[in-house]
Design a protein around this ligand. Structure first.
Ligand code: MSP
Length: 669
């Protein structure tokens, strides 16, 4: 019988630099799903790779004094090594510089020109020579480059465009007929309201101002512009357009993809442009695009320039890949943003892994050794506590399946840990040491077997998330191949009795919190907020951490004594820099304006009561401070997702604006 297929992809990463822990997040999540599907009997194709064309890559290679391919090869080797260290079980790794990709992109481009979907026109815009950036009229700041403030020149560059508008109705129909296509649901409305309803522009798909890319065969001055090149990796990697019949058969087998995992800022390209390109090629559309949230640092987005990124390899070296995978998948609900804090990492590792899981596995093996010479005993008749634990374990299998169908990794792990915690409690309640003392061998055997069997069920289920730990537990408990399969989870009692359990070392060490916080502060290149005068040479980061805590506590105590709010309360408000892209009046509401505000990673619709003070035109381009974590509300039937700040005196109202040099989305604190 042929296995059903499951094709899952990650975005292809820009190799202009090494990757950070945020990039690892998508890849770990996709890996957990790929492993889970394999366990469920699917023939999985898990694809990842690198997006290697474009001006930026060319520039970075030049800065490094390297030939572009030499520069890329080094970074790609670094990335593949990272995936190896994180136990990423990808089936293929596509590089967009490979001939299997470039040749097909050339073919596709020619075909789309011949079909009339791609046409030659001109790209018009303002060009800043020092920044090598194009800007639209509305992006300019007082007629100057919004990044550096210097003069810009109007340029017209011949470009090919993709006729997107032709396919919009079919796209909307696809959304309608496939309500699960865009996940989470909220991203769908954002796409329709922000990009489709205002009128979908044709997409510029070639450039002549740089040459590091796939050249258009019939007009080689043009280089295929990034998204058309990048998105097609999902089909070229599995043999679309290949001359090799075996490769083409692979395409027939795996396409359409079951799910593309992407970060929320690139959902737009995957749910609008990509489906339209596929429609033009007459190909079926992917079944799902899942736009996950960002892994943020306390001070906002990760970025090398902020110095807040953590090298994932250093984390893996210190804690092991399973621990990092567990943290990423457990801590951040997939689809939402989550904050990486050293405290939460250390807590998860100490409580969930060392205390709960590690302890359960180790103490059970130790008791089997102490009370039964290491041999897993045959159970006698089950009593209420055993049955309760058994039923919970069986129920949780169903819950985990349901959550993984929805790609809710954190909920699936929460389910499994319910069993882990309950099993620890079961040991405390049934007290095998007392049964041993009383000489109640039959009852003791049943309890020991129940403990070991529940551990087997946990180990099978954690394999997609913590592959090393899962396999290690199964090995220690000598679990036979059939009892490692997912289908073995539907029946309690599949663990073989009579075999010897290996005691082994604790699976996860208990960490010294202060030491780890100091080490993590070091890894992020930051010494927890202590001024240079007190940070004398030789002082350990651990001391600095404590001191900074003391300073914060004193400041908080002072604030509280005056009945002011503490920093904790203030830090619940998320403020970001935004730029107003468009503003319009709302019919029947003379005080309200509907704004679209660019927050860097997304465009938000905000309804603001400022219509009496500003004309819509005067607001476009203004850089403002936005409260971004307010609950959405409807004002006069129009959804508002945030608030912009303004200051007033009497009848005068002025927007709180932001100086040059900060990107949209920057945290205000
Ligand atoms: N090359 C494009 C994707 C083309 S796909 C056909 C690209 N590359 S990227 O390297 O900039 O980003 C790759 C992915 O990493 C994106 O999905 C992005 O959202 C994700 N992440 C980058 N930083 C992240 C976090 N801090 N947290 C979670 N994901 C993050 O875009």
């Amino acid at each position: 019988m042929t296995k059903p297929t499951f094709y899952i992809t990650t975005p292809i990463y820009y190799p202009n630099d090494t990757l950070h822990i945020g990039h690892s997040y998508t890849t770990v999540a996709a890996d957990a799903l790929a492993r889970y599907k394999r366990l469920r009997g699917y023939d999985v194709m898990y694809l990842t790779g690198t997006d290697e064309h474009g001006q930026k890559i060319q520039q970075r290679a030049k800065q490094a004094g390297k030939d572009v391919m030499e520069f890329l090869d080094e970074i790609i080797a670094w990335i593949r090594d990272l995936w190896d260290r994180l136990d990423i079980s990808y089936d293929d790794f596509i590089r967009t510089t490979e001939p299997r990709h470039t040749k097909v992109v050339e073919d596709i481009f020619e075909r789309l020109i011949a079909q009339g979907d791609i046409y030659l026109d001109a790209y018009e815009g303002w060009y800043c020579t020092p920044c090598e950036s194009f800007w639209l009229e509305r992006d300019l700041k007082d007629g100057k480059c919004p990044d550096c403030g210097r003069e810009v020149n109007f340029v017209r560059e011949p470009s090919y465009f993709f006729r997107m508008s032709k396919y919009v109705d079919r796209l909307l129909q696809y959304y309608e007929e496939n309500p699960d296509f865009i996940q989470p649901e909220s991203r769908k409305n954002e796409m329709i309201n922000n990009f489709i309803k205002p009128g979908l522009q044709d997409l510029c798909v070639s450039r002549t101002s740089f040459d590091w890319g796939v050249h258009v065969r019939s007009n080689p001055k043009h280089v295929v512009y990034v998204w058309l090149d990048a998105l097609t990796n999902y089909i070229t990697a599995i043999g679309y357009g290949s001359d090799n019949p075996e490769e083409r058969a692979k395409f027939e087998r795996y396409w359409p993809a079951n799910v593309h995992f992407v970060g929320k800022e690139i959902v737009r390209f995957h749910v609008i442009y990509w489906p339209i390109i596929l429609m033009a090629l007459g190909l079926p559309l992917p079944k799902k695009v899942y736009g996950h949230g960002f892994l943020l640092m306390k001070d906002g987005k990760m970025s090398k320039s902020k110095g807040n990124v953590i090298d994932p390899k250093l984390l893996i070296e210190r804690y092991g890949s399973d621990a990092i995978r567990y943290f990423l998948l457990r801590e951040i609900p997939f689809g939402q943003d989550g904050v990486f804090t050293p405290d939460s990492l250390v807590e998860r590792l100490n409580y969930d892994l060392a205390n709960d899981l590690g302890n359960l596995v180790h103490r059970t093996a130790a008791m089997i050794h102490r009370f039964n010479r290491g041999v897993i005993p045959h159970p006698g008749s089950y009593q209420t506590p055993d049955i309760e634990l058994r039923d919970l374990a069986l129920q949780v299998v169903k819950d985990v399946e349901a959550h993984l169908d929805e790609m809710q990794f954190s909920l699936a792990l929460t389910d499994i840990w319910k069993v882990v915690r309950q099993a620890n409690k079961y040991i405390d309640d049934t007290a095998p040491w007392s049964l041993h003392k009383q000489g109640d061998v039959e009852r003791l055997n049943t309890v020991l077997y129940t403990m070991a069997e529940v551990i087997r069920m946990i180990a099978v289920q954690i394999q997609p998330f913590l592959p090393r730990t899962g396999v290690e537990i199964l090995r220690r408990y000598q679990v036979a191949p059939a009892a490692r399969e997912w289908s073995s989870l539907y029946k309690f009692g599949e663990l073989e009795a009579g075999v010897v359990v290996e005691l082994g070392e604790p699976l996860f060490p208990r960490l010294d919190i202060a030491e780890e916080l100091a080490a993590l502060a070091d890894l992020t290149g930051k010494k927890a907020g202590v001024g240079s005068s007190s940070n004398t040479a030789g002082q350990t980061a651990k001391t600095s951490e404590k001191e900074s805590q003391k300073v914060t506590e004193t400041a908080q105590a002072n604030a509280e004594s005056k009945s002011l709010i503490g920093i904790d309360t203030f830090s619940q408000v998320e403020l970001r820099v935004g730029q107003i892209q468009s503003a319009e009046r709302i019919e029947g509401a003379d005080k309200l304006l509907k704004l679209q505000v660019d927050l860097g990673s997304e465009v938000r619709q905000i309804v603001s009561g400022i219509a009496k003070h500003f004309t819509p035109e005067s607001l476009v381009g203004q850089r403002v401070v936005v409260v971004t974590n307010l609950k959405p509300v409807k004002l006069r039937g129009v959804q508002s997702n945030g608030m912009i700040l303004a200051a007033s005196e009497g009848d005068t109202l002025k927007l709180v604006t932001v100086p040059e040099g900060l990107p949209n989305g920057a945290i205000v604190k």
